[in-house]
Ligand binder design. Structure first.
Ligand code: IVH
Length: 605
């Protein structure tokens, strides 16, 4: 409908519409971010969340006047000059005393009882081995994030803190306190850490020794956070109140509740307990769940709940008397490195792994550990036959930490990269300028297996029930030869697989059928094109919303898509110009896999 014929009026109306839409989108993004990061109860899929963020970014690009510093899009990107200025904390950030067994814990509580003349309640919280930060909100707005430093003075890392999800730019409250200063722990989730190290390993770059080092590296990076770092963000849990003005909080339990309501993430496993006896049960429960958590913990922190009691107890120059860190035993062991063998990944990358004399670490027997790449083997200086320190952290693949050279007998030998692929016998290559040795054969069975498993995986086509062993069984029986064949599988085929009964057959067939309707960015991820992860795939699908269009696009057309650089454009072009890829795309089309970016029609297929 025409409102006015004068162009400037049309522009004004459009601008007003855009403003309304931008505000709506921001409110939605903040809301869903809160549900996901703070409450842990998302209402929409990651994909729908990404769509909202993308829509907001493109509107802001069109109308830069509408960008505000607290827009969710502005969490990424800041001037480097803002980083690393010294910050004086409003009060010293103390450390914690340690307890290593129950007797230490009892002794601490006995001192507490003596100090306050009663048995106060405690809060038990996982102790994350991350990086301590202090975050300030003034009148509800995030104004500063600083590292702990020496406790009195830290470094200004506001720009990086802003990029953390779970750290809102604005508190979710109508009545924000004049000043709120909280402490939290910044850390890497194990999954993010593993993925990053795997990527670094594949690229032949040095790895991070553990999630804590990785978090430190990321929080203190000088470069402004960019798309790559935002794609694998650091996480945070808040675990302390430094100062609040204009709000009365009488206990740590109240702080936890308050932080949660204003949108600051606190640990979901924090337990409020009536006394130490109840506290010990909570400690045992957390210790039990230790490996079910998505991040590493090195113990629990037990804190006197009541602030009046905390004040009475006070602090030494180093640590408060009202809290104690109860450390869990370390999960390292020594064993013999019997051999180093290699694995062939879906891209043909050859990665060495350690074959160990089986050893129990943290309640689990391990016989294999990752070594990432040949450079890592070299850097760690491990020899076959060495006694090595192995470490297991959570559900993560165990790793070889270091050799113990003093225990060498003289018959240890160096690892040599094989010259031929252990899966298909093809001669291995190491392309000029690359650190990784690869099997160049596209038909290599190990790569075929890896490609299909990747295709069915969660970030891609998400075909439940099609995991490693099922793919292996299907390949062995020649029921499939590539990802395109997955959609042709029938009941009778699956009935030949070990352990497959009516119910499991139906589950897998339903999952395969469901995957046909996945958005095309997921299909793009599933194809395993080099450099094309979730974010790049969404950008490509947004710019060229059909598989045929993408497959036919020139490098220039691909590179012209917003946010797609020439490296990605070249990789995509190269992929679709291989004969086997074209055959695969045709096969997927015939199988009825969705090929356009349009929303799925409600009437179904
Ligand atoms: S409370 C006054 N709670 O552990 C100190 N700290 O070893 C109050 N940490 O510097 C700290 N998880 O960075 C507290 N749930 C938790 C924690 C935690 C990790 C860190 C914190 C502290 C260090 C002491």
């Amino acid at each position: 409908m025409r409102v006015s014929t004068a162009p400037e009026h049309q522009d004004e109306a459009r601008f007003a519409d855009a403003r309304t839409r931008v505000e709506e989108l921001r409110a939605k993004i903040e809301y869903h971010g809160y549900r996901y990061h703070v409450l842990g109860e998302p209402e929409v899929s990651d994909h729908d969340y990404d769509v909202l963020s993308r829509d907001l970014a493109s509107l802001e690009k069109e109308y830069p006047e509408l960008i505000t510093p607290d827009s969710p899009t502005q969490r990424v990107g800041a001037a480097p000059s803002e980083l690393f200025a010294p910050v004086t904390h409003s009060s010293r950030l103390l450390s914690l005393d340690n307890a290593f067994d129950e007797a230490d814990l009892d002794a601490w509580y006995a001192r507490v009882k003596k100090g306050v003349g009663r048995e106060p309640g405690v809060v038990v919280e996982p102790k994350i081995d991350g990086l301590s930060v202090a975050v300030v909100y003034e009148k509800g707005r995030l104004t500063r994030g600083a590292t702990r430093g020496d406790g009195a003075r830290g470094e200004d890392v506001t720009a990086n803190i802003r990029t953390l999800r779970g750290v809102p730019a604005k508190l979710r409250t109508e009545a924000p306190p004049a000043w709120l200063e909280v402490r939290g722990e910044v850390f890497f989730r194990l999954e993010d850490f593993e993925r990053m190290n795997a990527e670094l390993g594949e690229a032949g770059k040095p790895l991070f020794a553990n999630p804590r080092n990785a978090a430190a590296g990321h929080l203190r990076q000088k470069d402004p956070p960019n798309r790559a770092t935002a794609a694998r963000p650091l996480s945070i849990y808040f675990h302390g109140l430094v100062k609040v003005e204009g709000k009365k909080l009488d206990s740590y339990a109240e702080v936890l509740e308050y932080l949660r309501t204003v949108g600051l993430r606190v640990h979901p496993d924090a337990a409020v307990c009536a006394d130490l006896a109840a506290g010990k049960k909570a400690v045992a429960a957390i210790q039990e769940r230790r490996h079910a958590l998505d991040h590493e913990i090195d113990g629990v922190v037990v804190k006197v709940d009541d602030f009046a009691a905390q004040n009475e107890l006070g602090a030494t120059s180093k640590a408060p008397r009202w809290a104690i860190a109860y450390k869990f035993p370390a999960e390292e062991q020594t064993t013999r490195l019997n051999d180093i063998q290699v694995n062939v990944g879906r891209t043909g990358a050859i990665t060495p792994f350690a074959v160990l004399e089986p050893v129990r670490v943290g309640g689990v027997t391990i016989g294999m550990a990752t070594l990432h790449n040949a450079q890592e083997v070299e850097r760690k200086g491990v020899l076959i036959g060495d006694t090595v320190v192995v470490r297991r952290a959570g559900e993560v693949i165990p790793e070889v930490v270091a050799p113990i050279p003093s225990l060498r007998k003289g018959d240890e030998r160096k690892f040599e990269m094989p010259t031929h692929c252990p899966a298909c016998g093809t001669e291995l290559v190491r392309p000029e300028g690359e650190a990784v040795t690869r099997c160049p054969s596209y038909a290599c069975p190990a790569q075929v297996h890896g490609r299909i498993v990747h295709f069915a995986s969660r970030g891609a086509m998400e075909i439940d029930h099609l995991g490693e062993s099922t793919v292996e069984a299907l390949l062995e029986r020649k029921l499939i030869g590539d990802v395109g064949d997955v959609f042709g599988l029938e009941k009778e085929d699956l009935a030949t697989l070990p352990g497959f009964k009516d119910k499991s057959i139906k589950n897998l067939l339903d999952a395969i059928e469901g995957a046909k309707a996945r958005p095309i960015d997921r299909l793009l991820v599933g194809l395993g094109i080099r450099h094309v992860g979730g974010t790049a795939a969404i950008r490509i699908a947004n710019g060229i919303p059909s598989m045929e269009g993408i497959a036919a696009a020139s490098v220039e057309e691909l590179a012209a898509v917003d946010g797609v650089g020439t490296v990605i454009a070249q990789a995509v072009h190269e992929y679709f110009h291989r004969q086997d890829s074209q055959a695969l795309v045709a096969k997927l089309r015939e199988a009825g896999v969705r090929r356009t970016g349009e929303r799925k029609k409600a009437e179904g297929h």
